[in-house]
Each structure stands twice: as C-alpha cells, then as structure tokens.
Design a protein around this ligand. Structure first.
Ligand SMILES: C[S@@+](CC[C@H](N)C(=O)[O-])C[C@H]1O[C@@H](n2cnc3c(N)ncnc32)[C@H](O)[C@@H]1O
Length: 249
C-alpha cells in the first residue's frame, strides 16, 4: 500500500507564475549551461531516447534537443509542458510515480534541480523503482539531490529574506523538520503579473543513504560529484550530490 502523499503543496507552487519567475528573474543562465553540458556528456553515447523527469518548461530538454539528443519530457503539470516550443516537443503529462511508458522504453533518464524527494519515503523509493522499470538494462541515470547533513545546516541557518530582482519581489523562509527529514519552505512572489504565496517540501537524503536506495531500486552508482563541474563529492562540504548511475541487469 502506498502512503498518503504530502505533495499537495505542488499545485500551489508549480503555477504559471512559477514558470514566469524561473524563466525570468530566477533563471540562472550559467548554471543551466553547466547542467546541460554535463547531461550532454553523460548521454552522448545513448542509442535511444532519454527521459527528463519533472522537465517543467524544458530548461534542459529544449537545449539538449537543439544539440541533437532525443529527449522526452514528463511533468505532472501540462501547463508547464505547453511552455516548451511546439517544434520538436515530445512531452507527456504524468506523475513520476506511475510513468505511462513501457518497460525499458528509454536509454537514459535524468532528474535534476531538486526534483527528487517530493513524497514520503516509500513513494520516493517507488519513484526510483519506476525509473528503473522504464530504463533498459545498461541505461544511464543522472540524479541531482540535496545532501541532507549539509543542506539541513544551511536551512537551519537561513534567515527569512526579501529580495527584489527583475521587477519581482520575493520573500522566503525555510525550516528543517528533523522528524520527517524534510526541508520546508514558504514564501511569496509578487510581480506585475500577479502574486502567489507558496509552500514547498522536500524529503532530504544523505548521499550514502540515497546511493543505497538507488542500489535497492536497480541502479549502480558509477560517478558521484558535488556539482556539475565534476567537483568531487565531499560528505561534509557538499550541499548537493550529482549521481551518475547505470541500470543493473
Ligand atoms: C524544481 S522543478 C524543476 C524543473 C526542471 N527540471 C528544471 O530544472 O528547470 C520540479 C518539476 O517537477 C514537476 N513535478 C512536481 N511534482 C511532480 C510529480 N509528482 N510528478 C512529475 N513531475 C512533478 C514540477 O511541475 C516541476 O516542473
């Protein structure tokens, strides 16, 4: 039996205004370029399509397609998929726990930008197994996730803030819930296009714990970085982990 999910915050966060914020004032061009270059290198030798889980408006899928990669995007929210240019768009609205694809349909899969950890632990495990189902044996995974010990400290030390950027005002505050091992965020975005209060919840994993969960789900980790520039992962310093894994079998 699956546990009740606590992802009810998601529809109130991933709205058209979210897309407007992350395509505008919050868009990180350099970071995106680094991420795209990393993904392009890891999927360079793929002889089949690659799935972008939680692709949103296509921040990675669109430039990867331009480089010639066969990327299919999937996201829970169809309005985000419609923001991808229609030309070359291959996008399917779905929940990442139950993907509407055949076993082994993909040669690779990636899930980046804090997109893993949206559910209670058992459903997060189910997500990793679902990815293993749709990727063929030998296929590749790139997964970025926060590294709990370091990220929890950052969150604990974070002061509520208000920022003005690109015509938008952003207020945000974060807390760490040790019992649920979750990072909790809430805030308000104000723009000329409207205003939105949001909540955000992310179940955090330590890198070694996530590596074990990946192994249990059918993945073998072959690379572990602290960033997309291939910085070595450091258990005490890295706020994030970037895994490259291979589908066992
Ligand atoms: C933090 S955003 C990252 C978007 C994109 N990967 C990027 O880097 O710009 C997380 C994405 O996951 C999607 N998402 C949220 N819950 C989901 C679910 N249950 N199944 C599939 N996608 C989901 C959101 O709509 C959003 O596009």
């Amino acid at each position: 039996m699956t546990e009740p999910t606590r992802d009810d915050w998601a529809p109130g966060f991933f709205t058209p205004l979210y897309a407007r914020m992350y395509r505008g004032p919050l868009f990180d061009a350099d970071g995106t370029e680094r991420e795209v270059a990393f993904l392009a290198s890891r999927f360079a030798d793929c002889d089949g399509p690659v799935l972008d889980v939680g692709c949103g408006f296509g921040r990675h899928a669109v430039p990867l397609r331009k480089r010639g990669h066969r990327v299919v995007g999937t996201d829970r929210f169809a309005h985000l998929l419609r923001e991808q240019p229609a030309r070359g768009r291959r996008a399917v609205a779905a929940d990442m726990r139950t993907l509407p694809f055949a076993d082994g349909a993909f040669a690779g899969l990636y899930c980046v930008f804090n997109t893993f950890g949206y559910f209670e632990h058992r459903d997060n495990q189910r997500v990793l197994r679902e990815w293993a189902r749709v990727v063929r044996p030998g296929g590749r995974l790139v997964l970025q996730a926060p590294h709990r010990p370091v990220m929890a400290d950052i969150v604990r030390e974070h002061e509520p803030s208000q920022t003005f950027m690109g015509g938008a005002t952003m207020s945000e505050e974060y807390a760490y819930d040790g019992r649920r091992r979750a990072m909790l965020g809430r805030g308000v975005w104000q723009t000329s296009a409207g205003e939105q209060s949001w909540n955000f919840e992310l179940r955090l994993y330590a890198a070694d714990e996530l590596e074990k969960e990946l192994a249990r789900a059918g993945w073998q980790v072959i690379e572990c970085h602290g960033d997309y520039d291939e910085t070595d992962f450091d258990d005490e310093e890295s706020a994030h982990v970037v895994f490259v894994a291979q589908r066992k079998g």
